[in-house]
Design a binder for this molecule. Sequence first.
Ligand code: PR8
Length: 482
Amino acid sequence: MTSEGQQVTSLHKFSNFTEWFDQLLLEARIADNRFPVKGFLVYLENGAYIMERIRRILEEKLERTGHKLMLFPLVTTEEFFSREAEHIKGFSTEVFVIEQKDEKGSERRLVIRPTSETIMYPMFKLWIRSHADLPLKVHQSVNVYRYETKATRPLYRVREIPWNEGHTAHESPSDAERQVREAIEIYSQVLRELGISFILLKRPDFDKFAGAVYSIAFDSWNPDGKVNQVATVHNLGRNFSKAYDISFEKKDGSRGYVYQLCYGFGYSRVLAAIIAQHGDDRGLVLPPVVAPTQIVIIPILFKGQEKEVLDYAENIFAELREKWRTVLDDREDITPGEKFYYWEMMGAPVRIEVGPREILEEKVTLTRRDTLERIQCSRLNLSREVERLMESIIQNLREKSERMLRKLIIDAGTMEEASKAIDNKCIARVAWCGSIECAQKIKETVGGEIRGERYDIAEHPNGPCIACGNSAKTVVYLARAY
Ligand code: PR8
């Protein structure tokens, strides 16, 4: 092993989030933003590894619920791309286009997917004939490309977007509604397993996905007060099936258009949420399920007892590596203290130190990364203790993140209160009459935008609209967003 990465960040997550995050990306080997094309990131070994783990967790759940993995092309023609009017309007300024000239100089243009509806649905038309072909549920983990016009940010807003997209077709609106709930459940479970807390919001109509009937979004909290939309579920109704002519023969012999859904899970944004919600001023704090190194063993060598300590450490290493991604850090060119800093930066969930005292007492000293608490256990009990610790770590991360989310949501009865909440890096919960004019006024005055109303629970306004004072229709959440 080399001794790179010993420098620790001197920045603070809550007071200086952007600098803290950018520094961590490089020092903790997540991503390098210096690639010369703006919005295109290089994922380093830890970033790529964690995203791959997240992908496996998600895909396992998708496949268990009957989603078939398929792989679709990267490009389509302009004609196919333009069939659904709202969709093309929403994406026309964001697509990358490949221009190709043949020998005669005539030009052909291909659109690179900003998302795959327009690529998949012409094929759905060919595959779906009767109710026996439904539901159709497919998914793929690929990169999509959007020429984002908002400022790009590493992981949060990139132009090459690593994601999983699910697309389904159903016989009836109620089947489609059931699928909305299934998709939400799958995404919620993955986020829960990663300890990420979020608010589940139905976006206002003016902010729904281009071509959808309605959109549900997972907004996770961020230390700088902006929310991070990590995933979305869109009910497309029959907007796309009419545009792409996807119809089927019903049980009674008549024909109808299918009801469709699409949903997307942004891997780079989920990675950002793991870093941002769990990390601290010493570096990453990783949930054990995704940590590239789950346990690091650091031998504390004393003169004359080196071999004894190393043997003891190797014996522990041999036992733990059977089950956990374990590293024995026996680098000789750096001190144990430097190794502690290094592994704290890397977010390894459990650190084990062994020295002559541990050998004498047949014990092991463990330190958990999330709380930095030190625990001793007997050598015999080690495997069981590690198991318990890993479970306790993810539980603690989840609870801590949920507590923070609750703390960040501030009820505001006036525009001033809402502005104050947004200025204080919080999320404001306010009453709204539902009008576009008030939404605009709120955005301009308060600084945060209307992200939507809760989808998972019913909330009722107990005051008038904060913008116009007329009776309020709904309770909405305001925040700045990536
Ligand atoms: C759809 N069609 O497209 P969506 N950087 C990082 N992550 C991003 C970015 C970006 N620039 N843009 C989007 N995402 C539907 C559903 C098929 C799949 C991530 O939906 O436009 C976000 O996490 O809402 C977003 O929630 C998700 O992709 C889906 O994108």
